[in-house]
Write a protein that binds this ligand. Structure first.
Ligand SMILES: Cc1cc2nc3c(=O)[nH]c(=O)nc-3n(C[C@H](O)[C@H](O)[C@H](O)COP(=O)(O)OP(=O)(O)OC[C@H]3O[C@@H](n4cnc5c(N)ncnc54)[C@H](O)[C@@H]3O)c2cc1C
Length: 418
């Protein structure tokens, strides 16, 4: 190990994905001197491989609170850093009566909680998305959800953070973290506070924590297509396969029968652990996905059956002429029984991860709220006022699990999400 250079910072962050960037933004706004270390040349992890769907209204519990906090931060960052973000809401398409029934149940439950799920007629659905009228039984718009382009957002945030004075050290692997110290392949860094935001690779840097929290990997297949559609998709689009995954829907009474019907009717899609959903990028191309395979170390080989299914299901749903595949890729996120990993592994060394597929939705809020709660960053004068203003009035949740405790928000056995 090279130990010749010893740098001093207020905060060292390991990982330049959305969680690490959220922590860097929180620290930089408080006037702290920040370094972000990542072994890759730029963010290329889960943060750029996803749908860019900020799926706030379909979450529950702490994920909902982190999502609400993230919403304000995303909008503010988009304005400051100059990247595309749209307040699209989410369109959920019901293609059968049991799916419409579940949406009705969700809308009733949301109304009681003052949320925003608005039921749509089939005509309203087809006005928002180029779906085939004959397959639509109804739908809903989840107001408040956002969409970003994951391929541009992380890079724009990095550039903005650099302008705010954050230092980035790419192509630098972190080999060890402890109180006040980060050891890297390019020498040691001294920092008063350390935030570890390495997603599933927490099992390499902090193996005991990963084992205790049961963190494994979830590998997803995704594709981008050029599709000949008669009109644009005006919001991220979810289907019944999504409803049985996201907790706002999956916890409701009608979800069990829907899941059973989907799995019995389409066992080949159930075997892929499909979340049939779509987003359209600003250039008009469609992101199609996604399948899920959980293991400590998923294999790199992507079964063509998954891509065949994505294309066949898209043809069934959309009023589409031709479709041309442009790209296929695998993305990986951390998976565990709880939705979030939050632990102060040593004094002032905070490990953070979304341990299900909702890190884009929740990661900025997770970093903002947990660095304030565990490391006390929220207490610094004017910054606190600024923060509470821009998270749009979202309440800081009463999070279970204080500093030094393990990985414990959520607490409800979860379905995987995106
Ligand atoms: C296909 C797919 C679709 C998804 N869709 C959605 C969606 O639509 N909405 C949503 O909310 N969420 C979605 N997710 C989940 C979301 O993308 C992730 O939860 C989120 O991006 C995780 O962010 P992160 O910062 O923890 O991890 P990452 O973005 O993976 O960043 C972790 C970083 O840590 C670095 N690192 C790791 N170990 C070290 C080390 N030892 N030293 C230095 N650097 C290290 C890595 O190089 C990496 O850059 C999806 C995920 C996938 C894979």
């Amino acid at each position: 190990m090279t130990t010749s250079s010893l740098d001093r910072f207020d905060v060292a962050i390991v990982g330049s994905g959305i969680v690490g960037l959220g922590a860097a933004y929180a620290a930089a706004r408080r006037g702290l001197r920040v370094v972000v270390v990542d072994r890759t040349d730029r963010p290329v992890g889960a943060t750029i491989r996803n749908f860019g769907h900020l799926c706030i209204g379909a979450q529950d519990g702490p994920a909902r609170a982190y999502g609400e906090a993230s919403r304000g931060i995303w909008l503010r960052l988009a304005a400051e850093a100059g990247f595309w973000a749209r307040e699209s809401g989410t369109l959920v398409v019901a293609r059968a009566e049991d799916e419409r029934t579940l949406l009705e149940e969700a809308a009733r439950a949301e109304a009681e909680a003052e949320g925003g799920i608005r039921l749509l007629s089939p005509a309203e659905v087809t006005a928002l998305a180029p779906v085939r009228a004959e397959v639509v039984h109804g739908g809903a718009l989840v107001a408040g959800d956002l969409q970003v382009n994951p391929r541009e957002a992380a890079g724009a945030i990095v550039r903005h953070l650099v302008a705010l004075g954050v230092e980035f050290r790419f192509r630098t692997a972190v080999t060890e973290v402890g109180t006040g110290l980060v050891r890297t392949t390019r020498g040691d860094i001294e920092a008063s506070d350390v935030v570890v935001a390495v997603n599933h690779d927490v099992d390499q840097l902090l193996p005991a924590l990963a084992e205790r929290a049961g963190v494994i990997r979830c590998a997803l297949d995704m594709m981008r297509v050029s599709a000949d559609l008669p009109s644009p998709l005006q919001a991220p689009l979810l289907t019944g396969w999504s409803m049985v995954r996201y907790r706002r829907f999956a916890g409701l009474g009608a979800a069990t029968a829907l899941r059973e019907r989907l799995h019995a009717g389409r066992p080949e899609l159930a075997a892929l652990d499909l979340n049939q959903m779509y987003t359209q990028l600003p250039d008009g191309t469609l992101l199609l996905g996604d399948s899920h395979h959980k293991a400590v170390q998923p294999g790199p080989f992507q079964p063509e059956a998954a891509f065949d299914a994505f294309l066949a299901e898209a043809r069934e749903l959309f009023e589409v002429g031709g479709m041309r595949v442009l790209e296929r890729w695998q993305g990986i996120y951390a998976a565990a029984a709880e939705e979030f990993l939050i632990e102060e592994v040593a004094p002032r060394v905070l490990a953070l991860a979304a341990t299900t597929g909702i890190g884009m939705t929740t990661g900025l809020g997770l970093a903002e709220i947990e660095t304030a709660r565990v490391l006390g960053w929220g207490g610094s004068g004017s910054v606190g006022a600024e923060t509470s203003a821009f998270v749009g009035g979202a309440q800081t949740p009463a999070i279970v699990g204080g500093a030094g405790t393990t990985a414990t928000v959520g607490g409800i056995a979860q379905e995987e999400n995106a």
